[in-house]
Design a protein around this ligand. Structure first.
Ligand code: BYC
Length: 336
């Protein structure tokens, strides 16, 4: 049986119409996932698969655009023209990532307006990490090294996500995240090798961003509501704890090369496991941030709503431009 209906998911087969029944379509979908094939927008898919993807992709897109705020905070105060140009390019990349991801989510039939509305009204989440403040210039380095580093660890496996448009968007995003991670590392290295005060500023930033970065991977596996199903559908390829461990293992030697320490006295190599052991994560803090009570939740969402309102003229102009080129005019335009 063909996976692609040609008419898209919205046109579900009707009983007695000669079209395949849901059980048969589900079997074809399951076989495609099992064979590591990509599911495409016009393929039949279970409603719950569609909902899960929209939820995750929307949260991911929202994180990219909210994530512009803490870094943009330092654009006007970057210490050199070179640093400023790099930071501006990075922040623009994040906007681009948001656009790829909103577009990918739209292939599932959910409009961008609806997703943004859910973000602005608190009905959809964005990553916990962006509710922490960027207090010093070194935070730009710590975000690049740790936050983008965590993002790459989480997102490289998403390049093999079972949903085609999401997987393809992730390939380009990961290439750019890799540059972001390197710029953060390079920035921290310069500070670490600088004056005593610069070294202390870098260490302070790492101390503040380390634990929130570990929280980016989500709750522990035994409390992760969606992991098992998302892994069965090959949306997620690894569990939250697996990726968190991978990230810790990558960061420890990098911190040594940077000449900085990670703020965890329990961080030790475990020969038997072949991994670093690390101390307990403060999950109460994570839950508090998710509940809207992190240090910057209000600030971030207020700024996002304001940016959306102030950008309304751009959306109107773009819509008018599109209408003009499609030959359809509003009454006002026709009268003018
Ligand atoms: N923050 O069952 P779980 C970036 C929510 S952008 C907030 O494990 P799932 C960057 C989760 O949504 C980084 N919420 O969920 C940008 C769920 O709540 P709902 C963003 C979190 O989906 C700019 C509930 O907790 N990356 O890197 O299986 C500048 C239960 O969790 C968080 C992505 O979005 C969190 N940290 O796994 C620089 C990657 N963790 O939805 C950098 C794509 C969990 O039921 N997303 N929750 O209300 C994913 O890989 C997965 O969605 C997660 C969570 C691993 C995050």
């Amino acid at each position: 049986m063909q996976r692609t209906s040609g008419a898209g998911q919205d046109q579900a087969p009707r009983p007695g119409s000669g079209a395949p029944d849901t059980a048969a379509l589900e079997a074809v979908f399951d076989a495609a996932v099992a064979a590591d094939e990509r599911i495409e927008p016009r393929d039949w898919m279970p409603d719950a698969y569609r909902r899960t993807l929209v939820r995750q992709m929307a949260q991911h897109a929202h994180s990219e655009i909210i994530g512009m705020q803490p870094e943009a905070n330092w654009i006007t105060r970057a210490p050199s023209l070179r640093r400023k140009a790099i930071l501006m390019a990075k922040v623009q990349d994040e906007a681009g990532h948001g656009l790829y991801l909103y577009s990918a989510a739209e292939t599932l039939g959910t409009g961008r307006d609806e997703l943004l509305d859910k973000l602005h009204s608190g009905r959809q989440k964005y990553s916990s990490i962006f509710n922490y403040p960027t207090l010093t210039w070194a935070d730009v380095g710590a975000i690049g090294w740790l936050v983008d580093g965590a993002a790459i660890t989480n997102q490289v496996p998403l390049c093999r996500c079972s949903y085609g448009p999401y997987a393809r968007a992730m390939i380009r995003i990961c290439k750019e995240e890799s540059f972001h991670q390197r710029q953060g590392y390079e920035l921290l290295l310069a500070l670490s090798r600088g004056t005593e005060a610069q070294h202390a500023m870098a260490q302070d930033a790492v101390n503040r961003w380390w634990w929130p970065s570990l929280m980016m991977f989500g709750p522990p596996d035994d409390e992760s509501a969606h992991s098992a199903q998302s892994m069965a559908w090959k949306i997620k390829r690894h569990s939250n704890d697996e990726l968190r461990q991978r990230f810790v293992d990558i960061c420890v030697p990098q911190a040594e090369s940077l000449g900085l320490t990670l703020p965890d006295p329990e961080l030790t190599w475990n020969e038997e496991r072949g991994h670093y052991d690390f101390g307990p994560i403060d999950w109460a803090e994570f839950r508090q941030v998710l509940a809207g009570q992190g240090p910057c939740n209000d600030q971030r969402i207020t700024q996002r709503r304001r940016a959306h309102e102030e950008g309304s003229w751009v959306r109107e102009a773009a819509a008018a431009h599109a209408r003009k080129h499609s030959g359809v005019r509003t009454e006002g335009e026709a009268a003018a």
